[in-house]
Design a protein around this ligand. Structure first.
Ligand SMILES: NC(=O)c1ccc[n+]([C@@H]2O[C@H](COP(=O)([O-])OP(=O)(O)OC[C@H]3O[C@@H](n4cnc5c(N)ncnc54)[C@H](O)[C@@H]3O)[C@@H](O)[C@H]2O)c1
Ligand SMILES: O=P(O)(O)OC[C@@H](O)[C@@H](O)[C@H](O)[C@H](O)CO
Length: 384
């Protein structure tokens, strides 16, 4: 079985690549990094190490790579694939659509075998979004064949893989925990299967539980930690005040998840406790700036802060700690992060209230707007 995976980064190599290899797929990574392309072509394998006491290792074999600019080769690989996956960052999915559309067009013209395409990103309905962009690039007369032969199941992926510099640039150290959930109803009969994944009839509860627990908590740790000049998530977890903040933020999202999706309260608390232990894993060093990366994406309306805050508020729950995490995120001014630069420019030119209204979609009249603004100003005073 042949898989084409877009993005040979941390989660691409450390999770998706490993899972596909364990299921017997040959993997062609399509990526932007020339060094990685050369190394993957030369070595045709790489090692994944579990960060923990045992340091268990897996070798991922039968891999190769293409650069995104090798258009003809990418088209041929996509036309011949049994499965396509991505882990490029949700903001790059529009580019992936342009990269896969020519190969998809070719396979639809030939009425070739059905294909599953899964965007393994931290975002709600990422595969559905990718589908829209792919369809926009396909000639209208191929849409009927696309409806029959293509499926874009949404999916939730969970494994902490920090940025790292290893002697072998392909090897990757990951946390032992992992979870991959796929929307079952979207699967075609031809789905070749992936060992170790879970299938769910409704994905929304799983993706929201993951995004609003793991990612809300992680990002809260990052933004509160950044304000205190802390450089890793592991250090942030040792700061009692930050840890309290994270726990209280996750109390707010947990209440929402229990009310909205009917999760058992105790199970949700266990999920939170497990998540906090994962953040504290001393065998990993995860930088605050990786976890806080792309603050504009993280502060957008469908993401880990604003969506649970609005929904919890609408149910009459308190959202003080979510508001505080949002306010901390608005202070994220890490210069090497292009989105942080744009965010700070927007705040500097138009004010934080403009960003809250226009970017997050929370109008001035909304009580949450005021709560975020008050906290933003409070932090500003103690920063000076
Ligand atoms: N690292 C984690 O802990 C983790 C866990 C779960 C989910 N995720 C999600 O997985 C995705 C990737 O995260 P990551 O941590 O692996 O990031 P990363 O930066 O390590 O890897 C992303 C890779 O994609 C490549 N890329 C970007 N645009 C591309 C394109 N159009 N075509 C081909 N390659 C492209 C980049 O060059 C980079 O190598 C994100 O959506 C992230 O939210 C990450
Ligand atoms: O990848 P992001 O930028 O959406 O979020 C940063 C981290 O919270 C994230 O990568 C986690 O490590 C991951 O989602 C764990 O499964």
């Amino acid at each position: 079985m042949k898989a084409v995976h877009f993005g040979a980064g941390n989660i691409g190599r450390g999770f998706i690549g490993l899972m596909l290899a364990k299921s017997g797929y040959e993997i062609c990574f399509v990526t932007r990094n020339y060094k990685q392309v050369t190394a993957l072509r030369q070595q045709q394998s790489y090692v994944v190490t579990m960060a923990g006491e045992t340091k268990e290792q897996w070798r991922v074999n039968h891999v190769t790579a293409l650069h995104v600019n090798e258009l003809r080769e990418v088209k041929a690989r996509v036309a011949d694939a049994d499965l396509i996956t991505t882990a490029v960052g949700a903001s790059s999915l529009r580019n992936v659509a342009a990269q896969i559309a020519p190969g998809i067009e070719l396979r639809l013209l030939n009425e070739s075998k059905p294909l599953h395409i899964m965007a393994c990103e931290n975002a709600l309905k990422a595969s559905t979004q990718l589908k829209k962009w792919v369809y926009a690039l396909l000639p209208a007369e191929l849409h009927e064949a696309a409806n029959r032969l293509l499926s874009f199941p949404n999916t939730a992926v969970d494994r902490i893989v920090p940025h790292q510099k290893n002697k072998d640039p392909l090897s990757v150290v990951v946390e032992p925990f992992s979870e991959w959930v796929i929307h079952q109803e979207a699967l075609l009969d031809s789905f070749p299967g992936i060992h170790g994944v879970k299938y769910a009839n409704s994905l929304e509860p799983y993706i929201e539980r993951k995004l609003f627990t793991v990612n809300t908590g992680h990002s809260s740790a990052a933004y509160h930690g950044y304000l205190k000049g802390i450089s890793t998530i592991q250090e942030a977890m040792q700061d009692d005040r930050i840890r309290d903040r994270i726990e209280q933020t996750l109390d707010e999202t947990s209440k929402l998840l229990v009310d909205k999706h009917g999760f058992d309260e105790q199970e949700q608390q266990q999920y939170v406790n497990q998540t906090l232990r994962r953040f504290s894993n001393s065998a990993l060093t995860d930088s605050i700036t990786r976890v806080g990366r792309s603050p504009l994406r993280k502060l957008s309306a469908a993401e880990r802060f604003v969506r649970p805050a609005i929904q919890a508020y609408n149910l009459g729950h308190g959202v003080t700690n979510l508001a505080s995490s949002i306010a901390s995120a608005l202070h994220f001014d890490y210069h090497a992060d292009p989105e942080a630069e744009i965010l700070q420019l927007a705040i500097g030119q138009k004010g934080a209230d403009h960003v809250i209204r226009r970017h997050m979609g929370i109008p001035e009249e909304h009580a949450l707007h005021d709560e975020i603004m008050k906290e933003y100003k409070r932090i500003q005073i103690f920063k000076v």
